[in-house]
Design a protein around this ligand. Structure first.
Ligand code: GDP
Ligand code: IMO
Ligand code: MG
Length: 432
């Protein structure tokens, strides 16, 4: 029956992992459809004895933590095989059953030269750098679009793999040695490394598009979990300060093989304030004590690179944009607890660009770089809300914050996060 997509509504790290985990027990398949190990999802699971277990996932979908749920790496993903097996081994060592993992034969693999090129390109760009995670994501997607990528299925045909690697290295080695003054990669070394994973990989590889559509035919529930977010989407984000994949709802279809007509629900995950990692415009960014307060209180340090996240207030223009681009049916507003203890909470309702008010995202990138937030100030609250489990448990001003932000953001807020653990959530409307 339902196919549900979980999408980041801002610049990533909204708490998609926790939201996926929250729904996990009610879904049969969880699919990662874009990105690779640039993603970092922290999931905190409270044990029956009250202790909590923390997991940091990068390449694997967060649903891998849910017993009985089948995790899928879709065709839209770029896979670093060394990282994937490391992540799987680490989960197995902690007692997680990973045996059901399915990987699309059409997913692309990240090769050593792609990682090298990601790093040297950033260094070469200097002050114009993107601030990538350095995992080879951009170069691998560029190869895919250039039709010179290596796919998972190529690992099962040594002759084809060797031909492809020969072809691609002819080009890459020119760039690596002549432009960047780096060591060339060898065909034998590259092929050998990729083939070393083939035997372990083979039983996990399938036609995942077929698998997922058949599951939907049987009435099972499929959750599509985005990496990154709307403003990092290669088409709809703050280009060129974006990632290289389709992180929006359209990407959920192309990256999984599930057609748009089968998507029932699009859940946008939006933080009660805003964060960003890496370079690029960010109108509500705070460079003062308030930003430091959000970073400290919200523990805003990257799960993947450990970089401090840039912090700012909630931006309703961005939320409305995300609602429009993705067709968001429900928002999950996360980390409301982090706003506790503020006298007033600013919310950006529009931008001022050189004296002109913009209620929508400016189409021109330069205008967005110059956008000055126009704030509305909402009254704060001091009560600890981390134990709230129903909307009525929240203090009046926190409820008013949720309702005001909801009215500005283009879709209903169906759940509110009040802490990192799975159960620290206020559900207003059922999500599955
Ligand atoms: P993702 O990339 O969207 O999955 O998000 P990350 O895992 O990178 O970052 C979100 C962080 O916020 C994680 O450390 C979560 O454990 C934490 N988190 C998620 N929801 C809440 C919440 O409602 N309150 C608090 N305090 N932390 C949360
Ligand atoms: P999750 O899934 C936040 C950012 C990088 C950089 C830009 C391009 O945890 O929300 P890339 O390595 O993808 O080419 O880098 O995108 N970025 C993220 N920022 N959360 C993420 O993932 C991110 N994945 C990439 O910091 O600015
Ligand atoms: Mg993250």
């Amino acid at each position: 029956m339902p196919a549900i997509a979980i999408i980041g509504a801002q610049w990533g790290d909204e708490g998609k992992g926790k939201a996926t985990d929250l729904l996990g027990s009610r879904v049969d398949y969880v699919v990662k459809f874009n990105g690779g190990n640039n993603a970092g999802h922290t999931v905190v699971i409270t044990q029956p004895d009250g202790s909590s277990e923390k997991y940091a996932l990068h390449l694997l979908p967060s649903g891998i933590l849910t017993p009985g749920c089948t995790p899928v790496i879709g065709n839209g993903v770029v896979v670093d095989l060394a990282v994937m097996f490391e992540e799987l081994d680490a989960l197995v060592a902690r007692g997680v059953d990973v045996s059901r993992l399915q990987i699309s034969a059409n997913a692309h693999v990240i090769a050593e030269y792609n990682r090298a090129l990601d790093k040297v390109t950033e260094r070469f760009l200097g002050s114009r750098r993107i601030g990538t995670t350095g995992r080879g994501i951009g170069p691998t997607y560029a190869d895919k679009m250039n039709r010179i990528g290596i796919r998972v299925q190529d690992l099962f045909d040594e002759k084809i793999l060797t031909q492809k690697v020969e072809g691609v290295l002819e080009l890459k080695n020119q760039v690596l040695t002549k432009i960047y003054n780096r060591r060339a990669s060898t065909v034998e070394g590259t092929v050998e490394e990729l083939l070393s994973y083939a035997d372990r990989l083979r039983p996990m590889v399938s036609d995942t598009g077929l698998l997922l559509n058949q599951a939907l035919d049987r009435g099972e529930t499929v959750l599509l979990e985005a990496g990154q977010a709307t403003l990092l989407d290669v088409d709809h984000g703050t280009y060129p300060f974006v990632t290289s994949s389709s992180a929006t709802a359209g990407g959920a279809c192309t990256g999984s093989g599930i057609p748009p007509t089968r998507l029932d629900r699009i859940i946008g995950i939006v933080k009660a304030y805003t964060t960003r990692v890496g370079e690029g415009p960010f109108p509500t960014e705070l460079h003062d004590d308030a930003g430091e307060h959000l970073r400290k209180t919200g523990a805003e340090y990257g799960t993947t690179t450990g970089r401090p996240r840039r912090c700012g207030w909630y931006d309703a223009v961005i939320a409305r944009y995300a609602a429009r681009v993705n067709g968001v049916t429900d928002f999950v507003l996360t980390k409301l607890d982090v706003l506790t203890g503020l006298e007033q909470v600013p919310v950006c309702v529009a931008y001022d660009v050189d004296g002109t008010r913009h209620d929508e995202m400016p189409v021109n990138q330069s205008d967005f770089h110059h956008a000055v937030p126009i704030y509305e100030y909402l009254p704060g609250w001091w009560e600890d809300i981390s134990q709230a489990r129903t909307f009525e448990d929240l203090p009046a001003n926190a409820r008013a914050y949720v309702e005001t932000v909801e009215a500005m953001s283009g879709a209903r807020i169906s759940a509110v996060g009040v802490g990192p653990s799975r159960d620290a959530t206020v559900v207003r409307h059922d999500l599955v």
